[in-house]
Ligand binder design. Structure first.
Ligand code: PLP
Length: 365
């Protein structure tokens, strides 16, 4: 049996360091907004070449607070891809604005900038490009489009820490960018955590207030805020893991290269890496018109897989359902994509066994 994802392997390897980090926080007994969080913020800001990083309770809250800090609210429309994790759109609703869905480019799953242009109205205030599966959205085109129409840009980089576009890291392009440290992400906490990156001093100051009840300092509440802080235990654990992130990313890329070598010529759609893009393979998602049969055949061979995502965002009940004719590429992706195991701790032998099982299944479909 080869699991789709096995986090216990990573945690077994880092067990001593993680327990020591957690013990350090316990001994300090400073659990919220302390030195661990500050150190992690400084490390991640430096890593992305931006001036500020603000730790929050989750990737979802990072998006919600970034939109709120930009002043996005009732009466505003925000462009967001029709194919993503649901939080790329629900957070727009959480601040009182309206998500306007945009279809995707079929090869990279990034929002289609030409479709975004057609969806513009006088109320459009912001755009949320998502670097889905770890492949960067075409940020030079997104930025040019946003500038031309005076839109704020909030990058959803939840799946893409370490990725870059035209040599510049994702997270460093938008007015703000959002990271998730949900346990299964490329840099995962042992619980929920997230962060907003920004180069703008005004946004950073507002984000620091918004995550803590609009507090300007010493119980001076100057606006309505949230209770959404990155806790010190998670920050300390993440500081241990971030030291390994580059090696993990390299391993993900090597596994992807191996799959590419082994999976050609069987009628399977393989992930692309656009010229100028550095993909970090949060997910290695293949495409097949008979996806469900392929998934079943792999399960029978003991290979774990997952579908990200079986229903486009506007098709979700919470957004009213439907939309297949408006967003055909999103719907086609939802029918065809299948993520196969690609976490860094997979052995070379397991990668080969997965590839052999996929080849065999495809040949029999
Ligand atoms: C995981 C994820 C989020 C939300 O992050 P959480 O930390 O789970 O709240 C948002 N957008 C995308 C694309 C994600 O994959």
């Amino acid at each position: 049996m080869i699991p789709f994802l096995d986090l216990t392997r990573q945690h077994a390897a880092l067990r001593g360091d993680l327990l020591a980090a957690a013990a350090r926080v316990l001994d300090s007994s400073r659990f919220v907004l302390g030195e661990e969080g500050k150190a992690l913020e400084a490390a991640l800001a430096a890593r992305h070449g931006v001036r500020h990083a603000v730790g929050v309770a989750s990737g979802t809250d990072a998006l919600r607070l970034a939109l709120a800090a930009l002043g996005v609210g009732p009466g505003d429309e925000v462009l967001t891809p029709a194919f993503s994790f649901v939080a790329s759109a629900t957070t727009i609703v959480m601040v009182g604005a309206r998500p306007v869905f945009v279809d995707i480019e079929p090869e990279t799953y990034a929002l289609d900038v030409a479709a975004a242009e057609r969806a513009l109205t006088p109320r459009t205030r912001a755009i949320v490009p998502v670097h889905l599966y770890g492949h960067p959205a075409p940020m030079d085109r997104v930025q040019a489009f946003a500038r031309a129409h005076r839109l704020a840009v909030v990058e959803d980089a939840a799946q893409a820490i370490g990725a870059s576009w035209a040599g510049k890291p994702v997270g460093a392009w938008g007015d703000a960018a959002c990271l998730s440290f949900y346990p299964t992400k490329n840099l995962g906490a042992c619980g929920d955590a997230g962060m907003v990156l920004t180069d703008r001093d005004d946004l950073a100051a507002r984000l620091s207030r918004l995550r803590h009840h609009g507090d300007h300092g010493r119980y001076q509440h100057v606006e309505f805020g949230y209770s959404s802080r990155l806790d010190e235990v998670q920050a300390a654990l993440l500081a241990v893991k971030v030291r390994h992130l580059d090696a993990w990313t390299e391993r993900r890329r090597r596994i992807a290269a191996r799959y590419r070598d082994l999976l050609g010529g069987v009628g399977l759609g393989l992930p692309v890496e656009r010229l100028g893009a550095r993909h970090v393979y949060h997910l290695f998602s293949v495409r097949h018109p008979q996806r469900d049969a392929l998934q079943k055949a792999l399960a029978n061979q003991g290979v774990g897989t997952a579908v990200h995502y079986p229903l486009p965002v506007p098709g979700q009940q919470v957004f009213g359902g439907g939309g297949e004719r408006l967003y055909p590429e999103a719907w086609r992706a939802a029918r065809e994509v299948l993520s196969i195991p690609s976490f860094p701790e997979l052995t070379d032998g397991e990668v080969e066994r997965v590839a052999a099982a996929v080849r065999q299944a495809c040949e029999r479909l």
